[in-house]
Design a protein around this ligand. Structure first.
Ligand code: ZN
Length: 190
């Protein structure tokens, strides 16, 4: 049985070595069987997805996408940050994307802290000021998805006919639920 990862000390070091060796070994096997070298650069399904980085979301799998099908932009929360905007503009204007999805999910880590608490903790633990970092924690995931769709609609550099959809993914059932127009309208007014 594998030792569970433990913070600090030798166990942590062993765990790091384990993942390092395992992943590089896996890549060697992957490259031996690799048959996708012919794929073109633009995403085949003309789709870009902004999704939370949560380790339980295997985005390609739960949407039935293959390698080369979609741009997948991931960050903590699945938020339309400045960097997500940068990627979406490049995806749509240079690489042919016509549809954008925002995917957040149940039991998100972003619900478990407040920005202010994290800043205080960082100041205490590192002695450095993190007050300039917006961690963008939130309390209502559905409202957050609606807000991200609203942010996408406010980006002036996207093609006008872009199709935008927002979803909540249930980590217990694997099911996607689309966030309706009402929520998006409410987000636009709030
Ligand atoms: Zn999350």
């Amino acid at each position: 049985m594998r030792t569970p990862p433990v913070r600090g000390g030798e166990n942590q070091k062993e765990n790091h070595m384990g993942i390092y060796q395992e992943t590089l070994q896996s890549n060697e096997n992957y490259a031996k069987e690799f048959k996708l070298g012919h794929l073109p650069m633009p995403p085949g399904r003309k789709l870009a997805i902004v999704a939370c980085m949560d380790a339980r979301l295997t985005v390609e799998q739960f949407l039935g996408l293959s390698t080369g099908g979609a741009h997948i932009i991931r960050n903590a929360g699945g938020l339309i940050t400045d960097d997500a905007v940068r990627s979406l503009v490049i995806s749509t204007q240079l690489l042919g994307t016509r549809t954008i999805y925002v995917i957040q999910h149940t039991d998100c880590g972003m619900l478990t802290f407040r920005d202010e608490e994290l800043r205080e903790r960082l100041a205490k633990e590192t002695g450095k000021d993190a007050s300039h970092i917006h961690f963008q924690s939130f309390t209502d995931t559905e409202a957050s998805v609606a807000r991200q769709i609203q942010r996408i609609r406010e980006i002036p550099f996207l093609p006008k006919d872009i199709d935008v959809h927002g979803f909540l993914y249930d980590v217990r059932t694997g099911k996607l639920q689309e966030i309706g127009l009402e929520a998006v309208k409410a987000a636009a007014q709030g």
